[in-house]
Ligand binder design. Structure first.
Ligand SMILES: CC(C)(COP(=O)([O-])OP(=O)([O-])OC[C@H]1O[C@@H](n2cnc3c(N)ncnc32)[C@H](O)[C@@H]1OP(=O)([O-])[O-])[C@@H](O)C(=O)NCCC(=O)NCCSC(=O)C[C@@](C)(O)CC(=O)[O-]
Ligand SMILES: NC(=O)C1=CN([C@@H]2O[C@H](COP(=O)(O)OP(=O)(O)OC[C@H]3O[C@@H](n4cnc5c(N)ncnc54)[C@H](OP(=O)(O)O)[C@@H]3O)[C@@H](O)[C@H]2O)C=CC1
Length: 436
């Protein structure tokens, strides 16, 4: 069986109909054709040894083996008029399905729109032992060009690419439990890198000069994961009609989504779960592309608390035409070079599937998937509840836990889902019946 595309204006067609009903091998074949994958990328995705031990041993310490996770592809994404197939590495069922479903609805409404800022990262240098922190601030500001020159001397490659240290900021904490603190921020355009190593090198390089300029003593020299100058944004606008189901009207769906959003906006207990739903979309793409998901998580949650109160990362509202409008803006420090992006063969294959031309474009795609995932979860929660769709897909996991193998897995899962009774003990009973 082969999926049929329904056409798209440019390059890849992400509308792969019947994709879910294929076998993994057939899906990979269809993906290879749709995304024109190289034989190396196909081999990396089909191999049971996608990360050879020799490579793994070079990546971290005390390696004893490798750990595999499912690699799926979300379909239907259209962003700024261009189609994207989205690689997602995740252990949780219903995430890829929900992203694909919401992308399908968005696609029928013109797709997602995105934008982003320049890839600017912050490195912090902590200066202690000062009795005149405001005086030190002015000395540092006066030496701005000297500090930029020292930082940029550490990365000729980056400067040659148009990046490098562009500015400094001084943050003064006149009183702390450890005395006055002056924190110098290096603002660095890291181009297509995540940039942590790059900015850390620069922070360490400028430290002796900062001590000489201020008479203080430098302690920490490290990037900030609150990358609030490196933002990616996504917006979706969908009609009432496109949200309607057999059971719920579009108007009821929108009211439910607005109630759910308001709950997350005012209550941090709900906001944490709402935002986890957003990260359900974001982390799998970050992991698939070999990027640092801890950095992305840290930045996203810190940004959600930037006004001093933890709240929803996304917003949901209704425009004058009655359409539901969702937006998401997050720090998105991800790269196409550096870290594991070029080391891990499957991460290289993921970037080939995405066909992004810059780290900024990758960041925009990732934030879009987060917004789609949020819409999927709210749509389910605001009406039928999460369990029907999620547990039906989780049933296959439960079948495996109960001991089902091969074709038994789908048979047991289908019976669990049909009875809306997805439990391991029930799965064991069904398995015993099948095996006679
Ligand atoms: C799960 C669905 C999509 C089913 O929804 P459905 O209405 O049963 O789906 P459908 O069978 O009508 O299919 C519609 C589309 O969904 C996709 N789809 C549907 N099934 C599959 C599948 N098996 N494999 C691949 N794709 C699938 C696919 O794109 C398909 O269109 P097509 O392209 O075929 O024309 C829906 O119930 C849903 O979106 N639920 C939400 C799921 C979710 O949010 N999961 C996250 C885990 S729960 C959590 O951790 C977060 C949370 C919820 O706590 C966050 C929060 O509280 O805010
Ligand atoms: N708190 C945190 O989040 C921390 C994270 N990390 C880790 O740091 C790693 C990411 O650091 P990162 O600096 O991105 O990685 P790398 O140092 O591996 O790569 C960045 C370098 O690649 C070179 N480069 C080549 N082409 C480009 C291009 N187009 N754009 C930008 N740079 C280019 C640059 O110079 P050159 O060729 O001269 O190297 C640049 O300095 C991740 O593994 C992360 O986990 C580390 C410390 C802390």
């Amino acid at each position: 069986m082969s999926p049929q595309g329904t056409g798209s204006s440019a390059g890849v067609n992400s509308r792969l109909e019947n994709y879910r009903s294929l076998t993994p091998a057939e899906r990979l074949d269809a993906l290879a054709k749709a995304a024109s994958l190289t034989p190396e990328a196909v081999a990396a995705l089909s191999s049971l040894d996608a990360l050879p031990l020799t490579l793994a041993n070079g990546m971290i310490e005390n390696v004893v083996g490798t750990f595999q996770l499912p690699f799926g592809v979300a379909t239907n994404f259209q962003i700024n008029g261009r189609d994207y197939l989205v690689p997602m590495v995740v252990e949780e069922p219903s995430v890829v399905a929900a992203a694909s479903y919401m992308a399908r609805i968005a696609r029928d409404n013109g797709g997602f729109e995105t934008s982003s800022t320049l890839p600017l990262m912050r490195a912090q240098v902590q200066i202690l032992g000062l009795s005149d922190p405001y005086g030190a601030r002015l000395k540092l500001l006066a030496a701005r060009d000297q500090i930029l020159a020292i930082a940029n001397a550490r990365d000729a490659v980056l400067v040659g690419l148009g990046g490098g240290c562009k500015d400094i900021e001084i943050h003064v904490f006149p009183r702390s439990d450890r005395g006055p603190m002056v924190i110098l921020h290096l603002i660095v355009d890291v181009r297509d890198a995540m940039g942590a190593n790059t900015v850390n090198t620069m922070a360490e390089a400028v430290a002796p000069t900062l001590e000489a300029l201020t008479g203080g003593e430098v302690r920490l020299r490290i990037l900030s994961n609150l990358a609030d100058l490196r933002l990616a944004r996504a917006r979706v606008r969908v009609s009432e009609a496109s949200l309607a189901t057999k059971t719920y009207s579009g108007a009821r769906m929108i009211e439910g989504i607005l109630d759910a959003y308001e709950f997350a906006r005012i209550d941090p207990y709900r906001a944490a779960t709402h935002n986890k739903g957003i990260m359900n979309g974001i982390d799998p793409v970050v992991v698939a592309t070999g990027n640092d998901w801890r950095a992305v998580e840290a930045g996203a949650h810190a940004y959600a608390a930037r006004d001093g109160r933890y709240t929803s990362m996304s917003t949901w509202e209704v425009d004058k035409e009655g359409h539901l409008v969702g937006t998401l803006e997050l720090p998105m420090p991800v790269g196409l070079v550096g870290g594991a992006t070029k080391t891990h063969p499957a991460a290289r294959a993921a970037l080939q599937i995405l066909k992004v031309g810059s780290a900024q474009e990758l960041a925009e795609v990732i934030v879009t998937v987060g917004l789609a995932q949020n819409m999927g979860a709210l749509r389910a929660l605001a009406t039928e509840g999460i369990q029907r769709g999620h547990m039906a897909l989780h049933a296959r996991n439960i079948a495996i836990v109960a001991g089902a193998v091969g074709p038994e897995i789908d048979v047991v899962a289908a019976r669990l889902a049909a009875a809306h009774d997805v439990r391991t003990d029930r799965a064991k009973e069904i398995l015993a019946e099948i095996r006679g």
